[in-house]
Design a protein around this ligand. Structure first.
Ligand code: MD3
Ligand code: FE
Length: 224
């Protein structure tokens, strides 16, 4: 039997299962597995043009998660704050396009969760190594909060923290595995969320890392 993490909301041996996390939030188990070869090719293409880079918070603290982006907008953080930018500050080139297989997966998952017509213009790619974590935060730098966020987990398993609308609200723990997709929007769009420090349990094909793709609509409402 698959191990259940202490306090985990769900078991982890349930590919194809849809778990509701909130009124407008879903965990779609294993949805990325059938297209994993194309998803991995897309990752290689994005990283060839826009490698992972270390980031610092606006207060100068190093982030344990390395990051890159694709799409017309990418994420940047430095002493001037957190923001979306049209060019990669490392290469001064536009960000790579969102790979077509990624876009198809994100649109399919959004539609399954009740968000037909999702048109992401930004995909952030996070890389966790053992011990890396993301503390509780809200994603509110996107201009259009009516669009959902779609997240795809690759590689090592992690425990996702699903909080409420106040930082102090008790957060539920949800194990996320290779191929899992999470979609949330609407009333759940501004929930606090985070990732617990990554346990060191190498993944058979991705090794000692977890990669998370998050698709967003970051620019003006309606624009791509
Ligand atoms: C819940 N990433 O990049 S998935 C992030 O696994 C981020 O790398 C995590 O949080 C990760 O901002 C969690 C993504 C996620 C993204 C936006 C959300 C979860 C969310 C917005 C509202 C509620
Ligand atoms: Fe986030």
């Amino acid at each position: 039997m698959a191990a259940m993490l202490d306090g985990d909301l769900f078991g982890d041996n349930d590919a194809g299962v849809r778990h509701p996390l909130g009124a407008q939030a879903w965990v779609l188990r294993g949805v990325a597995l059938p297209c994993m070869a194309q998803v991995r090719q897309g990752l290689d293409a994005v990283l060839a043009q826009a490698p992972f880079r270390a980031m610092h918070t606006p207060s100068g603290l190093p982030m344990s998660v390395a990051l890159t982006s694709c799409g017309s907008l990418g994420w940047h953080s430095d002493e001037r704050g957190y923001r979306y930018v049209h060019r990669d500050p490392v290469t001064d080139l536009p960000w790579p396009a969102i790979p077509p297989a990624w876009l198809a997966l994100a649109l399919q998952a959004a539609e399954e969760a009740g968000f037909a017509g999702f048109a992401p213009d930004a995909c952030l790619v996070n890389r966790y190594v053992p011990g890396a974590r993301m503390s509780l935060h809200q994603d509110k730098n996107e201009a259009d909060l009516s669009a959902p966020v779609v997240s795809v987990s690759l590689g090592m398993s992690a425990v996702f923290l699903w909080g409420g609308h106040a930082r102090s609200d008790q957060a539920a723990r949800v194990a996320l595995h290779h191929g899992d997709v999470v979609v949330w929007g609407g009333v759940d769009r501004l929930r606090f969320h985070g990732v617990m420090p990554l346990p060191d349990a190498p993944h058979p094909s991705l090794g000692r890392q977890r990669i998370n793709l998050t698709f967003r609509h970051a620019g003006r409402p309606g624009a791509i």
